[in-house]
Structure formats: C-alpha cells, structure tokens
Design a protein around this ligand. Structure first.
Ligand code: ADP
Ligand code: MG
Length: 145
C-alpha cells in the first residue's frame, strides 16, 4: 500500500492531477472517489478522461449508474452510485464485467458499494479545508496492490 497526498487550489489543478492519472492508467485498473457533494469528484474524473484521450464530454451519470466511453486509449467506465437504491442494481448492470474487465473504472461515492470493490484498487479521497481557502482541496491517493 502506498499513500500520496496532493493539494490543489483550483478546479484546473484538480483536473490536471486527474489527467496525469488518466495518462498513466493501465487496463483493468479501478479507482474510487470519495468526498462530499461538490468537492470535485467529477472535475477529477473529467481530468482522468482527458488523460485517457476521451473527447466526449463527461457528465455525472446520475440516472444510469455507469456511463461508458470508448473513444479513448482504453475503455473508460464512469460510475456514480450516489443514487443507488439497492446494491442489487449493481448486479443488474453487470458491474463485474466493468470492474474486472480491460478498461479503466472510476467509481464516485464508492463507499456506498464497498462490499463489491476489488481488493486491488486505488482509493482517492478529496477533502476541503476551509481554513486553507474556499478552493483548496486535499487529495489523498492510496494504492492497494
Ligand atoms: P462532485 O462530483 O464531488 O459532487 P464536482 O466535481 O461536480 O463535485 O464539483 C466541484 C465544484 O467545486 C466545481 O464547481 C468546481 O469548480 C469547484 N472547485 C473549486 N475548487 C476546486 C478544486 N480545487 N478542485 C476541484 N473543484 C473545485
Ligand atoms: Mg459528481
């Protein structure tokens, strides 16, 4: 396990960090994103998508659980499980084909489906600290290999 802490002071910086991670991402990897509403999970995800070479716009897949993008270097599976009612909905969409497939998965609100997450993954936690400014974010990246 390795932990790296980043600090950003603008959405652009968070996007750039996501982009670096997208550029380095490998087939089969899964990233979780944890943090309050409005902290920057989608901004980060948009950076990852850009780093994967995806040109389609990335929005939060609020009503679909997963959105698939196939125009980049690797398939990209963007989950936002915020509104999941029951964990069975993950089975219904066949989540294992994504989590254990050859693309890169990102899961916003991953803590809501913790029991389904593979051991081998990278957890990304985004936090505010208002004492350090309104746009400050601490981004902790923990890789479990
Ligand atoms: P989430 O997906 O976590 O609910 P979003 O990514 O949709 O959040 O929104 C994050 C909001 O916070 C955006 O309006 C963005 O402009 C703003 N913001 C301000 N500072 C930062 C920062 N350092 N990193 C990311 N977003 C930031
Ligand atoms: Mg979001």
């Amino acid at each position: 396990m390795s932990t790296v802490i980043y600090e950003t002071n603008s959405p652009e910086e968070t996007h750039a960090l996501g982009k670096q991670i997208g550029e380095a991402a490998k087939a089969g990897e899964l990233y979780t994103l944890t943090g309050d509403l409005g902290v920057g999970k989608t901004v980060f995800t948009q950076g990852v998508a850009e780093g994967l070479g995806i040109e389609e716009p990335i929005n939060s897949p609020t009503f679909t659980i997963v959105q698939v993008y196939e125009d980049g270097r690797l398939p990209f599976y963007h989950f936002d499980v915020y509104r999941i009612g029951d964990i069975d909905e993950m089975d219904e969409i066949g989540y294992e084909d994504y989590f254990y497939g050859d693309g890169v998965s990102i899961v916003e609100w991953a803590e809501l489906i913790e029991e389904l997450l593979p051991q081998e993954r990278t957890d990304i936690i985004i936090e505010k600290d208002l004492e350090k400014g309104f746009d400050y974010r601490r981004i902790t990246v923990i890789s479990h290999e």
